[in-house]
Design a binder for this molecule. Structure first.
Ligand code: PGA
Length: 253
């Protein structure tokens, strides 16, 4: 059985003080949850949140990192800095990085490989735009992003990679892919992964869904055989919204 991974991507929200408060509420309210749980605050909030998470089962994540290990890269944050703060996983290739900041598959791939080399678990995000979906190209786009994002990643390392399918048109828009639409793409990603690695590796691959996940739709999405968790943006910013997602299988939503 694959473990569910429920992650909160706080994006560019929360001051350090607010982040510490939210993290504290989550630690208290998520006690006893069996799934793997992760929160990814902004870089400046990481030190404070790391303190709050100590001794809890919540893992600390980052939203991005540099493709280089160190040096003259003004404004960037390195993998070693993240590791030193206790970060365990890093979201890479989020659609906002791809579409607002122009990150290419090649750059994202360099980050994935560096994260793995240094011991951080990458969450590789893939997803099509509305235009691509309407042109019938959703499957092809996510398969290409998966293949290019994982280029050069060895079978020995790939077990530490998580995939996140986030259709761009569903992010922050309130529009969720139907569980069936999401399931179809998740199946394609798993098949693609089996071709790149092996059916066994593909069976173990955790594939999260992201895009307007909330308490009301989490259980239905995660009931799909190939949906193994959620990457949550907007609904991760309030404990009252995130907790029901993390407890999606406890019949409270
Ligand atoms: P959303 O964002 O839940 O606000 O749609 C998801 C994401 O971007 O990871």
């Amino acid at each position: 059985m694959r473990p569910y991974l429920i992650a909160g991507n706080w994006k560019m929200n929360q001051t350090p003080e607010e982040a510490v408060q939210l993290a504290g509420e989550l630690v208290r309210q998520l006690q006893g949850v069996k799934h793997k749980l992760l929160i990814a605050p902004s870089f400046v909030c990481l030190p404070g949140v790391a303190e709050v998470l100590k001794g809890s089962s919540l893992l600390l994540g980052a939203q991005n990192m540099a493709a280089e290990e160190e040096g003259a890269f003004t404004g960037e944050t390195s993998v070693n800095m993240l590791l030193a703060l206790g970060v365990k996983a890093v979201i890479l290739g989020h659609s906002e990085r791809r579409h607002i900041f122009g990150e290419t598959d090649e750059l994202i791939n360099a980050k994935v490989r560096l994260a793995l080399a240094k011991g951080l678990e990458p969450i590789l995000c893939v997803g099509e735009t509305l235009e691509e979906r309407q042109a019938g190209r959703a499957g092809e786009v996510v398969k290409t992003q998966t293949r290019k994002g994982l280029a050069g990643v060895s079978p020995a390392d790939v077990g530490r990679v998580t995939l996140a399918y986030e259709p761009v048109w569903a992010i922050g828009t309130g529009k969720t892919a139907t569980p069936q639409d999401a399931e179809e793409i998740h199946g394609l990603i798993r098949d693609c992964f089996a071709g790149l690695y092996s059916p066994r590796e593909a069976e173990n691959l955790v594939i999260q869904y992201g895009g307007s996940v909330k308490g009301e739709n989490a259980a239905q999405l995660m009931a799909q055989p190939n949906i193994d968790g959620a990457l949550v943006g907007g609904a991760s910013l309030k404990a009252a919204a995130f907790v029901p997602i993390a407890r999606f299988d406890e019949g409270r939503t």
